[in-house]
Design a protein around this ligand. Structure first.
Ligand code: CA
Length: 237
């Protein structure tokens, strides 16, 4: 034990949240370092090279976004932003500056652990590189080789664009993707007007998945920010 554990640095100035996170992460088998200021967090980051950082944006000695910029200048270590801020712009800005994901306070423990797992996995394993070339989450199965999508064993007929969107989200499963990053990957455009085009495609995908508006168990809507595909099943038969 010990050496093979993932090391997580938590930077958060609120003592009760910090100790709650520490207990939760230790219970789930992670090694935890804690810091209550940006300066302390930065020092620990440099001295301990953690596998993942959970970062509060509102810190007493500066904005967490500055920490993201400093870290991104030299490392690809995943960063999950912990935000009490309610505006979507703050979340999108943190993601644009290089954060990998965010979680909004107050958060559920299962939700936080799922985010941590997804961030660590996407960093340590090439996206879409399952040995059998398939993505499986509940009743959803994507076969990357044949570009087929099956839902509860039935093929879902998607257009090329719709398939590309579903495949892209699945390769980043468990993590939010901003509208801009999806649009750029699918159409190679950065025009904000293209978000509408994306939303239309997502609506069509949902229709084909047979889900009611606002209720899709596979593609989650992060209002004002982007979309998140549910986490891939960890256990394979
Ligand atoms: Ca704070």
């Amino acid at each position: 034990m010990g050496n093979n554990k993932f090391k997580i640095l938590v930077i958060e100035d609120e003592a009760n949240i910090l100790s709650f996170l520490e207990t939760l992460l230790v219970t789930n088998g992670y090694q935890v370092l804690t810091a209550r200021t940006r300066a302390m967090g930065h020092a620990l980051f440099l001295s301990h090279t953690p596998d993942l950082v959970i970062l509060d944006l509102g810190l007493p000695d500066g904005d967490g976004v500055e920490f993201i910029l400093t870290v991104r200048a030299r490392s690809a270590t995943p960063i999950i932003v912990l935000s009490a801020r309610t505006t979507e712009q703050d979340k999108v800005a943190a993601l644009d500056f290089g954060a990998n994901d965010y979680i909004t306070k107050p958060f559920g423990t299962a939700e936080l652990i799922a985010r941590v797992r997804a961030a660590l996995r996407s960093h340590h394993q090439a996206a879409g590189a399952q040995p059998d070339g398939k993505f499986i989450a509940g009743g959803l199965m994507i076969d990357y080789a044949s570009r087929q999508v099956l839902l509860d064993g039935q093929e879902v007929k998607l257009t090329q664009t719709e398939y590309n969107i579903v495949a892209l989200l699945s390769e980043h499963s468990g993590r939010v993707m901003t509208y801009a990053s999806i649009v750029q990957a699918i159409w190679g455009e950065t025009d904000p007007g293209s978000t509408k085009k994306l939303q239309v495609n997502i609506a069509n995908i949902r229709k084909k998945f047979g889900s009611k508006p606002g209720d899709n168990p596979y593609i989650l809507n992060e209002l004002g920010v982007g979309y998140r595909m549910v986490e891939e099943d960890l256990e394979r038969k």
